[in-house]
Each structure stands twice: as C-alpha cells, then as structure tokens.
Design a binder for this molecule. Structure first.
Ligand code: ADP
Ligand code: MG
Length: 253
C-alpha cells in the first residue's frame, strides 16, 4: 500500500479536485483499490464524492483517535472508498494534539488498511499544521497542486520546507513527486498562464513540473453531481490530463 498526500498551504489551488481525480484515475484506469482520506475540516472531498446531505458517525477524527481507519471507511458511487471529514475535525484537533506521539497517529490508523488498499490518497487542508503534519508523516510521497501564477518569493517553498522537516525527523522515506499546475487556460490573456508556468519552471526546475491540468467545466459538473470526471466525462480535457498525471505519479512513486 502506497500513501500519497496532496498538499499546499494555499486554498483554492485544486488540492481536492486533484486528490479526488487521481484517486478516481487509479481506480478506473488502473483498476487499483483506492482509499481517499479527507483530512480537511471543510470536507470538500467528502461532498465531492457523496453530496451535501450525508451524515456519518465515524470519520477521520474518530479514526485518528481510535488509531483504526477501517471503521470510518464508506464506499462511494465512484468506486473509490472514502474516509469522510467535516467541521468536527476542527474540534478534534486539540484532543489529538494532547495525545502522546500524535504526529504518528494517522500513520498508525492506516496500518489496518494495508491489506485492503493499493493506494491511499490524502486531501490535506490549506494549513501547515496538525492534519497536514500527520498526513506527511504517514505518506510515502506528496504532490503540490498550484494555480498558474507568478511564484512569489516564498512560493511553494513553504510547503516544501515544511515537508522536508517531516522528512528529516519523523518520515525519512517521504518523497516529493512534484508540482502540478491546475486550471490551466491556454488562451487566457495572451498566453499569461504559459508565462507563469515558465517562471515556475525557472524557479523550481524542469524535473519538478508534473503534467498540467486544463481548466474544464466538467470538473464543476462532477462536483455538483457528487461524482468524478472519470465517471461523468471520460473524454473531457481534465479527465485526459488527470489520466496523464496519475500515470506520471505511478512512475515517480
Ligand atoms: N481543472 C479545473 N477546471 C475547472 N475548475 C477547477 C479545476 N480544478 C479545480 N477547479 C475548481 O476550483 C476550485 C478550487 O479547487 P479545489 O480543488 O477545491 O481547491 P483546494 O482544495 O486547493 O481548496 C473549486 O471550485 C474547483 O471546482
Ligand atoms: Mg480542498
């Protein structure tokens, strides 16, 4: 079983869509057994796969506290299994942080999933603290989605430096898969996105750049329909792009 975290300290960069779509690609295209772990109190991955009105007793918070992920797993119509999350995770944060060696807890909770899944994808919240920390300690590798925008002075180094700290302390095997630009639009403002991607390439290096994901209305349609682009629109641009990205992830793992 391989664990992949999808992380960036910024919100709205495509983390959740990337987590859901890579999970769906691994399941639908590669026929793998995939578990998606929603580690964001906003619960967007959960609503993405199950819709708005679903309630559940067990979720990521109970799984971490009980050190067992399996009781919290639910199946979804997409074929990807899910550990759901909601705002209760915000309250659990303080409970979890009071426990001994809490940073290892998600990793420990996931050991029970080992024989049931080939891949676990973790959708991280937009903050470099409790849940992202546990995710990066549990992960074999992580991927950083980003918008096509001018890299600021710190840019993605914030999340990369944070992951390096985890790698140097609690998780020596943690590997950076690379940066994936999402919501790319070729014609926008005279190739503005291409210019931004070139700046990123200069700053982070060619080998860091993963396949780009195009902006695609089907992503929003899938979200509204509580399904994935792989189920809703198998030939859409974003579906093709996430197919390529998932294949690259498998190569780099
Ligand atoms: N390739 C895409 N095409 C169109 N819209 C997208 C695409 N990727 C993400 N979005 C939309 O952008 C918004 C932010 O994406 P999301 O994955 O929720 O970001 P994050 O998890 O980083 O906050 C959402 O409304 C999502 O539906
Ligand atoms: Mg999200």
């Amino acid at each position: 079983m391989k664990v992949i975290a999808i992380s960036n300290h910024k919100g709205g960069v495509g983390k959740t869509v990337t987590a859901v779509s890579i999970a769906a690609a691994l399941h639908v295209i590669h026929q793998q057994r995939v578990l998606l772990v929603d580690a964001d109190p906003q619960g967007n991955a959960t609503t993405h796969l199950l819709g708005d009105d679903v309630v559940f007793d067990d979720y990521l918070g109970t799984a971490i506290i009980d050190k067992d992920i399996l009781p919290a797993v639910v199946s979804t119509p997409s074929g990807v299994d899910l550990v759901p999350a909601d705002a209760r995770l915000d309250v659990d944060e303080q409970v979890i942080e009071r426990q001994k060696e809490w940073r290892l807890r998600l990793k420990q909770a996931l050991t029970t999933a080992d024989e049931h899944y080939d891949y676990v994808i973790i959708d991280c919240p937009p903050a470099l603290k409790t849940y992202t920390m546990m995710a990066l300690v549990a992960a074999d590798a992580y991927l950083v989605p980003t918008q096509p925008e001018k890299p600021s002075k710190d840019g993605l180094n914030r999340v990369i430096d944070f992951a390096e700290q985890m790698q140097q302390t609690l998780n020596p095997r943690l590997k950076l898969l690379g940066i994936a630009v999402t919501r790319y639009h070729k014609k926008l403002r005279n190739g503005h996105h291409d210019k931004m991607i070139n700046l990123m390439r200069e700053k982070y290096g060619e080998e860091m750049m993963l396949p780009t994901i195009r902006q695609d209305i089907q992503v929003l349609n899938a979200f509204d329909g509580a399904t994935t682009i792989f189920n809703l629109a198998p030939t859409a641009n974003a579906t093709q792009d996430y197919t390529t990205l998932a294949a690259t992830v498998l190569e780099r793992l």
